[in-house]
Design a protein around this ligand. Structure first.
Ligand code: NCD
Length: 319
């Protein structure tokens, strides 16, 4: 195994957790460790282009039970950049259709000596269930509407990189907060690092009761825009809703799509994020998505760094 670079070892010192299940239960220090490691991985790999042979001979298993473009590819690439192999499990064609339980399936995959299991599932709590039943590290790649910790981390890393800090910033999470795991992970991470968080969207998707979480609630994007340093535009998760939460997509776009008129009323340094997939013309117009204020593709690159950090921290740092 290659020598562990001193700077990685220093940042990882004191890390105790075996799994990465959410940002809600992480401390501010643990979140900073992950962000600092991701930064260092970016530097050591020339912006995630080079390999670092830190997990040779290990295999990371992707267990994805919901669709994914970015997250699955990003975890696979991150593992390979660390010198590990990857396997992809998908529900269709598996023995789950023969009646095998989810935990038995996962235990069988673990018995093939995988170093980590990365799981995405529509049911909240699935990664926690796996963590209780497997010995290897489990990483949550999105559990229903609950959390998506690596997405939260890569969003926060992108903000810190572009604006130099998190403390004191005003960040609006805009759109379908009720069904968004990205919103939840952002909320916990940003608050722990001292940001002011605004949850903004239609009343059917943003409840006033969430003020209990010490966040600002707004149903009026135009009112909050001038105060924001960052807008994180979240997709409407139609697949998690029984009834459409507003009369038409056109009406939603009229009130909440980030467009050039709204951009003109924002701070000069405003940063526009979106976890993707983006629906052009719904939560963001193409000129804004592709414009200078958008960091949407930088987020994707930072996802690689965050996932390298998470995989190495859970599988390799104690080696
Ligand atoms: C998000 C997800 O799947 O939770 N996308 C992602 O991981 N990049 C957000 C979404 O689907 O809207």
């Amino acid at each position: 195994m290659a020598e562990i670079p001193e700077e990685l070892r220093n940042i990882a010192r004191g890390w105790q957790r075996s799994h990465l299940l959410d940002l809600e239960s992480l401390s501010r220090e643990e979140i900073l460790q992950l962000l600092d490691l991701a930064d260092t991985f970016k530097q050591l790999t020339d912006n995630c282009t080079r390999k670092l042979n830190l997990l040779p001979g290990s295999t990371c298993a992707n267990l994805f039970f919901e669709n994914s473009t970015r997250t699955r590819t990003s975890f696979s690439l991150a593992a390979r950049r660390l010198g590990a192999d990857t396997i992809d499990f998908s529900r269709s064609g598996s023995s789950l259709s023969k009646g095998e339980s989810f935990i038995d399936t996962a235990k069988n995959i673990e018995a093939m000596k995988v170093a980590a299991v990365i799981v995405r599932h529509g049911t909240p709590g699935t990664p926690q269930l796996l963590a209780q039943n497997l010995r290897c590290p489990v990483i949550n790649a999105g559990d229903g509407p609950h959390e998506h910790p690596t997405q939260g981390l890569l969003d926060i890393l992108t903000i810190r990189e572009r604006l130099g800090r998190i403390e004191g910033l005003t960040v609006a999470l805009v759109g379908d907060i009720a069904h968004s795991r990205t919103a939840r992970s952002n909320l916990w991470g940003l608050k722990k690092l001292g940001a002011h968080v605004i949850l903004c969207g239609p009343a059917t998707l943003v409840s006033p009761r969430w003020r209990e979480l010490d966040v600002e609630i707004s149903h009026n994007l135009d009112e909050v825009i001038p105060r924001c340093d960052v807008l994180n535009l979240l997709r409407i998760q139609f697949e998690r809703q029984e009834q459409p939460p507003f009369p038409s997509v056109r009406e939603y776009a009229l009130l909440y799509a980030m467009n050039k008129e709204r951009l003109a009323r924002a701070k000069e340094e405003i940063l526009v994020l979106a976890p993707g997939p983006i629906n052009r013309g719904v939560e963001v117009t193409p000129d804004v998505a592709d414009g200078d204020h958008s960091a949407i593709l930088n987020q994707v690159t930072n996802g690689l760094a965050v996932r390298m950090a998470a995989l190495w921290l859970l599988c390799g740092h104690a080696a």
